[in-house]
Design a protein around this ligand. Structure first.
Ligand code: MN
Length: 426
């Protein structure tokens, strides 16, 4: 493992060692710039590009803007080129151009603490899958009963709904409790008001870096090669609105009010050493979904809850992306198999990453068995989220002293907006 001359990159607990080099977008005095991170420092790519120390190879600048899209669209050779150039500038044994220039170092490597991170990409399309068997089973058991928990299609293909791009937001953006229509418990007619069953879903997001063509399917291997990187994702869900609206066309407003992602995109290159095989399919998959190579990753994920007004957080979920039944590449292959075009910076949610152990169940619907068993957090009772509650998601791949972290994805619940009929039935 190569060492960096930046001391904080060598600290054992850091999310951002030299081997990571995640990409994001930071607010600057001029607007926004594409950046990386190492140890406790930002790496200002726009500045290094102007200084002639990085060059993505596209024939012009790509980092001096508010999104990574232009860089990502240059494709895998540009991704590898940037990684090699940054490694060369930041490795202890690398080139001295940045290391030995105190003025450039001060300007190009501002502290991470205090940086305002923005959305890393302009998301092209957002699709959320339901890729973890335990989540599908748990949620199905609560909604339909254990005998009919898994839909007939579930073990044969990854299933999904098309989500909204307009409300995908970066970590730190507050989430307003949605208004909507739902059936109160035991009621026969819907009421309108603020959701009473507001939940989070701990997921892994996948960002595409290569487009496909309309009408042309993708193999699983082709789909895997199109992945640019991954983010943490919180698919906020209003369970009462969702339950009332979902049959027959799937989730709609119960999901459309907000989806949070982490500001750092961890690249496929950084995660290569953590590739693993997924679980053996319980039923044979149709050939177009076969995984011929390790497509999963060993990434530990956790969710913590900070109850309104509390100083401390409590970790309420510990899970791992190894529990996904379908890998992101299989989800992508399924997405494109009928001819749907995939675009650069499409965002694919994995589905709630629940594993077999109840401590790994990754949303409140599952943790509280549909709201029947309250959770005790910091001496408080919680079934679903209350106004002022904050959910923090973290993730990291760790092995043999090597750690590739994702930073965090955080969001706080604000009260429902005022509405002339906001209290009706509520
Ligand atoms: Mn979801």
């Amino acid at each position: 493992m190569e060492a960096s001359w930046i001391d904080s990159a060598e600290a054992p607990g850091t999310d951002f060692p030299l081997a990571n080099l995640p990409l994001g977008v930071m607010r600057t005095g001029r607007g926004a710039a594409c950046v990386s991170a190492i140890g406790d420092r930002i790496v200002d790519l726009a500045l290094l590009e102007r200084a002639g120390l990085v060059d993505a190879g596209g024939g012009g600048p790509v980092f001096d803007g508010p999104a990574l899209n232009d860089f990502i669209a240059l494709g895998p050779p540009a991704w590898e080129r940037l990684r090699a150039q940054l490694t060369g500038l930041l490795a202890a044994a690398g080139r001295p151009a940045l290391r030995d220039d105190p003025d450039l170092r001060r300007r190009a490597l501002p502290p991470l603490a205090g940086a305002t991170m923005l959305m890393p990409v302009r998301v092209a399309g957002y699709t959320d899958f339901n890729g973890a068997r335990q989540h599908a089973f748990n949620a199905g058991s609560i909604l339909r009963g254990p005998d009919r928990a898994l839909p007939a299609n579930w073990l044969h293909m990854p299933i999904a709904y098309n989500g909204r791009v307009s409300t995908v937001c970066v970590s730190g953006t507050p989430i307003r409790r949605p208004l909507g229509q739902f059936l109160p418990q035991g009621g026969e007619r819907p009421v309108f008001g603020p959701s009473r069953r507001l939940d989070f879903e701990l997921e892994l997001g996948t960002i595409l870096g290569v487009p496909s063509r309309m009408g042309e399917p993708l193999s699983v291997a082709e789909a895997d090669a199109m992945i640019f990187g991954h983010v943490l994702l919180n698919d906020w869900s209003a369970r009462d609105i969702q339950a009332w609206e979902t049959v027959p066309l799937g989730p709609f407003l119960g999901k459309a009010f907000g989806t949070s992602i982490s500001p750092w995109v961890v690249t496929r290159a950084a995660l290569e050493p953590f590739r693993i095989r997924g679980p053996e399919p319980e039923l044979p998959l149709l050939p177009y979904l076969h995984a011929t190579a390790p497509l999963h990753h060993d990434i530990a994920l956790e969710a913590a809850l900070v109850t309104a007004g509390a100083a401390d957080e409590a970790v309420i979920v510990r899970t791992n992306t190894r529990h996904l039944y379908y890998a992101p590449a299989q989800m992508l292959a399924q997405h494109a198999i009928g001819g749907c075009r995939m675009d650069v910076c499409d965002l694919i949610g994995s589905g709630t990453v629940s594993g077999p152990d109840p401590s790994s169940w990754a949303c409140l619907l599952e943790i509280t068995r549909g709201g029947r068993e309250a959770l005790q957090v910091a001496g408080l009772r919680r079934t679903y989220l209350e106004d002022g509650d904050t959910v923090v998601i973290r993730g990291a791949a760790t092995r043999d002293g090597r750690r590739i972290g994702f930073g965090e994805c955080r969001g706080t619940i604000l009260p429902a907006p005022p509405h002339p009929a906001g209290g009706a039935g509520g």
